[in-house]
Each structure stands twice: as structure tokens, then as C-alpha cells.
Design a protein around this ligand. Structure first.
Ligand code: NAD
Length: 358
């Protein structure tokens, strides 16, 4: 049966990198005899320029009709002065909400080929880094009510509300444990239960969900300790399960220590298809249109799309193996090392697609 992927290239380098990701998807599907169809829709600044909205209804409808959504990036200085409801970033928040994407999965993997880029001490890096942050995406202090800025006792006072319902915690915990079952069966739940009631409920529900996963080794860690342990010894982590605000910070920290922003993919999932797959970096306006972008985060997002979005693990593995093989000889400028051949975005995409084709 033909699977449909809706492409949302977006702004800046988005169009360049999504084109390379598409080549990888096509090459993997061709290799194993699968059939893929592609649609394409506007999001972000490109959508605003064309329609006056960063997320036109037509885009939402096309995403809903697809089996998976593949996003580049949005944003750029051209749209910085727009009001918040028109800004390109509103397109991403909007599509996550429309598709009910409550779980964000961000692997941080240090490929042996890129060990030199890792920001950690060589002896720490040598122990390896292969973890995934499972972050709740639609709740917590980012969305809790009441919120605002008001005058209290004669002073302007800002306030937000950290809130999680039992059901919200349970469904993200299930994603975390399911993810752990497919990996090394270790889960570290991160909270601040020594201070926050929200976190106390979080810990209680995670322990309850854990009963259904006796094979998974569970540990709880306070967020301040987790931030420290991530740089001290990231090899201790397999799945890191956490809420929206802690996950926002920890997933960026985990990404940063690998040293290569252009290498990291992500998936955002709900309780039903389609899920959304995208690189973690932005639209890189400083290098847009120059064929300098590293397409590998997007190509690795294509691998996640095949594994998690289309249940095609064989095709996902083909893409991942091709990325490792390409890195042995070729580099884009952001990860260039002596002894390697410098290539542009399109050429890197062609090399990976060629390696997938075999
Ligand atoms: P950025 O990730 O776009 O760029 C940061 C730096 O990393 C830049 O120097 C850029 O050239 C470099 N870089 C990023 N991706 C790269 C790649 N694939 N290959 C080589 N180099 C790469 O972050 P920023 O500069 O803070 O933001 C630029 C725009 O992107 C802003 O409008 C921001 O709002 C938006 N943004 C969008 C997303 C998204 O679409 N999910 C995420 C983050 C930022």
C-alpha cells in the first residue's frame, strides 16, 4: 500500500534540506520495493507571504490526510517584526496542536565518526553517548492557566502555572516506556519533586505506569542533578522521560554536547498518525540559499519517519547506515575535519541516496 508523506519545507535552508531528505526516503523505499507518495504544503514565513497566515487551513488538511509529516524549518529576519500570531514559529506550534502531538522524541547520538566534535572531555566522550529525550510537548508551565503580567501591590508581576493532569502524565510515560522497550530498557524520569507538587504527581504516575513494564529499569532524578549528570557522564542514560519545560532545556543540552547541531533529528508524536519529523535546528538564514547546509539531521529525521511513522525499520536502518558510511569520507562545512572531502548540501544528499541505493 502506498504511504503518503506531506512535505513542509518552510523557510531558509528548509527547502534545501527537505529535498535531500526526500531523496533518502525515495532511495530507501525503492531499495526494498515500498511505494511512497509525496504532497507538499506551505508553513511558516513562506505560508505567511503567500496566504497571510503561517499555518493555512489547507496545510492542516494536507497534513491530516498524510501518513507522516516531514518538516524542514521555519523563521527568519524577514518576519521578525510580525505580531506573535503571524510569526513563522506560530506555524509549528499550531501544527503540533492541530495534530495532537504531545510527545517529542529527540535522540542524541555521538557517532564514532564525529567523536572529535563532542564538547566533552575525551575520556568522557569515549564512554559513548546514545540517549533519547522523551519530552511532553503540550502541557506544563508553557500552556498552564492562569498566566499573565499584572500589577500586584503596586508592582508589575509576571506569573505562569505549572500544571499536569494524571492523564497527560500517563500518556507520555507510556511513550517513554515503549521507547525504552525498543532500546536498552533503561528509563530515567526527571522531575523536581522535592519542591513541586506537579512533580510529585508526575513521579507517582510514572511509578504506576512502570508496573506494566517490569523489564525496564527505572530511576528518578531531580532536574538539576540530571543537567549535571548529562555533562558528567551521559553514557549512564538511555531514555530520559520528562515534562515540557525540563525537556526543552535538557534536550538542547544533550544535543549541544554532541557538538553538531546539523546532525540531530526529532519526532513529535500523538496518539494517532500522522506524526511529524524534523531536524532540531532552525532555518539558518545566515547560510540559506548557499548550498552550505548540512542535510544529515533532516536525513536522519527521514530515518525516524520510516521507523516510527511508517513502521519500516529496515528502510530506517538503510538510511542510518548510509549516513555513517558517507561521514567516513565526506563532510559539510559545519563538521569538516582534516582528511575529509568538503561537499555542499545537495552533493551530500546525492552521496547518501547513492549509498542507500547500494
Ligand atoms: P539555527 O538553528 O537556525 O542556526 C544556528 C546556527 O547553526 C547558525 O549559525 C546556522 O548557520 C547553523 N546551522 C543550523 N542548522 C545548520 C545545518 N543544517 N547545517 C549547517 N549549519 C547549521 O538557529 P537560529 O539562528 O537561532 O534561528 C534562525 C531562525 O530559525 C529563527 O527565525 C528561529 O526562530 C528559527 N528556528 C526554527 C526552528 C524550527 O523550525 N523548528 C528551530 C529553531 C529556530
Amino acid at each position: 500500500m502506498t504511504k503518503t508523506i506531506c512535505l513542509l519545507p518552510g523557510d531558509g535552508i528548509g527547502t534545501e534540506i527537505v529535498a535531500q531528505g526526500k531523496k533518502a526516503l525515495e532511495a530507501a523505499a525503492n531499495r526494498t520495493g515500498q511505494s511512497l507518495a509525496f504532497t507538499s504544503a506551505l508553513i511558516g514565513g513562506a505560508a505567511y507571504d503567500e496566504t497571510g497566515s503561517p499555518l493555512p487551513q489547507e496545510t492542516v488538511d494536507m497534513c491530516r490526510a498524510a501518513d507522516a509529516v516531514f518538516l524542514g524549518a521555519v523563521g527568519g529576519p524577514k518576519w521578525d517584526a510580525l505580531s506573535p500570531d503571524k510569526r513563522p514559529e506560530k506555524g509549528i506550534l499550531g501544527i503540533r496542536k492541530e495534530l495532537g502531538l504531545f510527545a517529542n522524541l529527540r535522540p542524541a547520538l555521538l557517532l564514532p565518526e564525529l567523536a572529535g566534535a563532542c564538547l566533552l572531555r575525551a575520556d568522557t566522550a569515549k564512554k559513548g553517548l546514545d540517549l533519547i529525550v522523551v519530552r511532553e510537548l503540550t502541557g506544563d508551565i508553557y500552556f498552564g492557566q492562569p498566566r499573565g503580567i499584572e500589577v500586584r501591590d503596586g508592582q508589575r508581576t509576571g506569573f505562569n502555572t505549572m500544571v499536569y493532569s494524571e492523564e497527560e502524565i500517563r500518556r507520555i510515560a507510556v511513550v517513554g516506556f515503549d521507547t525504552a522497550m525498543k532500546r536498552r530498557k533503561k528509563l530515567c524520569s526527571v522531575d523536581k519533586s522535592n519542591v513541586l507538587e506537579t512533580s510529585r504527581l508526575w513521579r507517582e504516575i510514572v511509578n504506576d505506569v512502570a508496573k506494566a513494564y517490569p523489564e525496564v529499569e527505572v530511576e528518578h532524578m531531580y532536574v538539576d542533578n540530571a543537567a549535571m549528570q548529562l555533562v558528567r557522564d551521559p553514557s549512564q542514560f538511555d531514555v530520559v522521560l520528562t515534562g515540557n519545560i525540563f525537556g526543552d532545556i535538557l534536550s538542547d543540552e544533550a544535543a549541544a554536547i554532541t557538538g553538531s547541531l546539523g546532525m540531530l533529528p526529532s519526532a513529535s508524536m500523538g496518539s494517532q498518525a500522522p506524526a511529524l519529523f524534523e531536524p532540531i535546528h532552525g532555518s539558518a538564514p545566515d547560510i540559506a540559499g548557499q548550498d552550505k547546509a548540512n542535510p544529515l539531521a533532516t536525513i536522519l529525521s527521514a530515518a525516524m519517519l520510516m521507523r516510527l511513522g511508517l513502521n519500516m525499520p529496515e528502510e530506517a536502518a538503510l538510511i542510518e547506515a548510509a549516513v555513517s558510511a558517507a561521514l567516513a569520507s565526506y563532510r559539510t562545512a559545519d563538521i569538516m575535519e582534516p582528511g575529509k572531502t568538503l561537499v555542499g548540501c545537495e552533493k551530500m544528499g546525492d552521496i547518501v541516496a547513492g549509498l542507500i541505493a547500494g
